[in-house]
Design a protein. Structure first.
Length: 59
């Protein structure tokens, strides 16, 4: 998962209402974006794992 996060790059403009802007509406730096992407991936992976565990419990 760490390698996936390090390879994330965004080359376009960040939309004004994006999660990748801070409270002053300025674009977040690379490390802040990396942290947000890592958290989002972690939550997604955990939800998949929880879903699989629940499916296995039903069997």
């Amino acid at each position: 998962m760490r390698n996936i996060i390090k390879n994330v790059k965004y080359s376009g403009n960040v939309p004004p209402n994006s999660n990748y802007r801070d409270s002053d509406n300025t674009t977040l730096g690379f490390s802040e974006i990396q942290r947000k992407v890592a958290e989002k991936l972690r939550q997604e992976v955990n939800s998949y794992i929880n879903s699989m565990v629940n499916d296995l419990k039903k069997i």
